[in-house]
Design a protein around this ligand. Sequence first.
Ligand code: GLC
Length: 417
Amino acid sequence: MALLAACGNDSGGGGNAAGNPDALDGRGEITFATGKDTSGNMVKLVDKWNAEHPTEKVRIVELPESADGQRQQMVQNAQVKSDAFTVLNLDVVWTAEFAANKWVVELPQSQFQLDKFLKPAVDTAKYRDKLYAVPVYSDGGLLYYRKDLLDKAGVQAPKTWTELLSACQKVDALPEATGMECYAGQFEKYEGLTCNFSEAVQSAGGSLLNAEGKPTLNTPEAKAGLNVLVQGFQSGAIPREAITYKEEEGRRAFQAGKLLFHRQWPYQWALANKTDGSSQVAGKFDVAPLPGQTSGGSSTLGGHNFAISSFAKNKATALDFIKFFTSEENEKSNLIATSQAPTLASLYEDAELTKQFPYLPTLKDSILSAKPRPQAVKYGDVTSAIQENAYAALTGAKTPDQALADMQKKLEELTAQ
Ligand code: GLC
């Protein structure tokens, strides 16, 4: 029988991984398992913590770059009840799976001022109304575009796919556009494809599941959404190599000046604006909401939450480390260093920050209008079914109709369980 969580007990000692796994006690060294630190700022914040907490040092365990690779290592670790990872940097879509399997502990809601966080981000950290993680940064998809070239061609940022394709044609006529491609997103077979597929379906007015949680992939909207991507590949508006793009491959192409439009998360803003020679497009781009079929589209809700492994020692230190990361001061410094989306609502209202990061209002709208991906305990199976079938359609291995029919069938099985 699960014991009640003992909150805020920092009685010291070596932790009680062998005792009550829900108790948040024990102080000392911990680890922090997180995906590849593309900005380098994670290390800086951890160094700051370590300088302030010499007896409770945090060691970063760097996991793979792709979301699926990170999940796989965390799941394997949890399945053998290993204490190797203390704080887990969870993708927002994994909360249900980790909470239902009791791989992470329930957190005391009263110790976090949850009303100060963006509500959609807080919702991703809960399972059955209980808090299992704390939102550290949110994510909303944005349409990055080359403002310099659009201005030169006399076109506005597109609101629809048709406008986007027509903008590409107009820019294509400019000498500066030689060798450039029109559009890319994340189309490799991994979580990023689930995001891009969901957004394509949403852009046509559809959804993956309806309000009752039943799959809705056998709809004209889902077909219209998938067809935008399939036809994009067929026509060459999406370059062939984009089928191998995760976030970082696409970012490198955008920064090299090879893409006119790129669907990407906010972290690209800071990196693509670097003036140290790593980006050819610093100061030349802007962002807009994602395009839709007849009017603007919407993003899938992304982001990352920190949770505490049930099998770890020193959970009191882990809890403080999460509080440290989500303090206003550290969220603000993370925004300034990385342009990742903060989870504290106040930072979107800060006039100085908005001046420095003019994309903040567009980003806030992207997050507040974003649609969550399915919140499933078997999320790994759900996303595999989406990835495999969307990928098969994009590569021509299945017709869009077949891919959607197979996806629908698989998701019906999974949601019926
Ligand atoms: C970003 C998002 C995350 C999403 C992932 C897909 O990290 O924050 O929610 O699952 O990209 O690649």
